[in-house]
Write a protein that binds this ligand. Structure first.
Ligand SMILES: [Zn+2]
Length: 403
């Protein structure tokens, strides 16, 4: 998951000191990567003996790098080793089309504080980033943390992002947010590194690290919300593509003579299954509705709303099938607001995927509802901040490792 470290130990390579240091690093890395492990699991994850693990854990507890918590797993009590709270916190931020969510978490992946705030439609970058910065500082104060305890921020945006610059890579998708190094601007305000990423990509990362795609090396996350997108995790790593637009299934053309999309192309999937299209379809029969109304009524059993969501599922499924044929993932996880309708959306989506994808009887493709719901994107931002921050064996943090 992380690039191998350069050994900066001045002692002779292979000496007792450098070996012990290498083992400590290996152990801290494993604890961080999995959020928390028992000593037996740590031995399995690092290849070290349980005796060595026990000795190193004692040293690391004394140094304040790790701590232990008693947990109960299937009725059995176990001591889990986690990175100590004093090492620091990370923040996950999701800027949606209509809301802002900020979550503070520690390195054991425990959420310590979170808050949501509505945003006006077509919100602008300057006010948006001001709100993000204020909310993060406010949450830090609430948990009694100093600003320098914040080690990294992950930011989820509803647009394709070039991860090298932290800029939106397709103009016009998030109006008013083009041409700005969003990561740099926020990083300056908070005096901490900020990692910017597309929200569907982060949903994919979250479901892989904490949710329904846990244990799957290759997975697709589909985000059916106001817009439609997908994120890819290949070989346990986020696959962004060259310019950060991998998985943009919302902008796959499905009706060549269809309406012009906000991306400038014509007849994109999003012009058929995006919120604007779905609400328009219901206007005559149901009057003006919001996407939340449609979801609530579909869950309650309203036939018109169910039909609109189900048809969207089938259209999205056909696009996902093309993507799945190209990359052969182990599972497709469906998230975004529309997935709150469960099988109303996912049933037809699964059927369309399985009808169009190359059949594989040995390892059939699974299509499942996400476990993290609408928290997937913000938890993905937390995962990105955690993956981008390395913890050294003395408990200090090092930023800049690629997820
Ligand atoms: Zn488009």
């Amino acid at each position: 998951m992380y690039p191998s470290r350069v050994n900066t130990d001045r002692s002779t390579p292979g000496s007792q000191t450098s070996l012990r240091e290498a083992n400590r690093l290996r152990l801290v890395d494993a604890v961080k990567r999995f959020g928390g492990l028992t000593q037996v699991e740590l031995a399995a994850a690092t290849g070290l003996s349980t005796a060595t693990v026990s000795t190193i854990v004692k040293e690391l507890i004394a140094a304040g790098v790790v701590e232990t918590h008693t947990t109960s797993r299937s009725g059995r009590r176990a001591q889990k080793v986690t990175i100590a709270r004093r090492v620091g916190l990370v923040a996950g931020v999701q800027v949606g089309h209509r809301h802002l969510q900020v979550t503070l978490a520690d390195f054991s992946r425990t959420v310590v504080a979170e808050q949501q705030m509505p945003l006006p439609a077509e919100h602008r970058l300057d006010t948006g980033l001001d709100r993000v910065a204020l909310l993060i500082v406010d949450l830090l104060e609430r948990v009694g943390a100093q600003t320098d305890e914040l080690l990294a921020v992950g930011l989820a945006l509803p647009a394709p992002v070039d991860s090298a610059t932290g800029m939106i890579s397709v103009r016009g998708v998030l109006r008013g947010w083009d041409d700005t190094h969003i990561g740099q601007v926020l990083s300056k305000r908070l005096a901490t590194p900020v990692f910017v990423e597309n929200d569907a990509n982060l949903g994919a990362l979250a479901e892989h690290d904490f949710g329904a795609a846990r244990g799957a090396r290759d997975s697709i996350f589909v985000r059916a919300s106001y817009g439609t997108g997908a994120g890819l995790v290949l070989g346990d790593h986020l696959h962004r593509g060259y310019a950060g637009t991998a998985g943009e299934i919302g902008h796959v053309q499905i009706t060549p003579d269809g309406p012009i999309c906000r991306c400038g192309n014509r007849g994109c999937l999003e012009t058929v299954v995006g919120a604007t299209a779905l609400l328009e379809m219901l206007r005559t029969s149901h009057g003006p509705l919001t996407l939340r109304d449609v979801i609530a009524q579909a869950i309650e059993g309203d036939p018109g709303c169910r039909r609109v969501v189900a048809d969207a599922g089938a259209r999205i499924g056909a696009a996902v099938a093309t993507l799945a044929t190209g990359i052969n993932p182990q599972c497709v996880v469906v998230g975004g607001e529309l997935a709150e309708t469960g099988e109303v959306l996912v049933g037809p989506l699964r059927e369309a995927v399985l009808r169009h994808v190359v059949p594989n009887t040995l390892a059939p493709l699974e299509v499942v509802v996400g476990e993290l719901g609408t928290r997937a994107e913000v938890m993905g931002a937390v995962a990105l901040a955690l993956r981008s921050t390395d913890v050294a064996s003395d408990g200090s943090a090092v930023q800049g490792f690629a997820p």
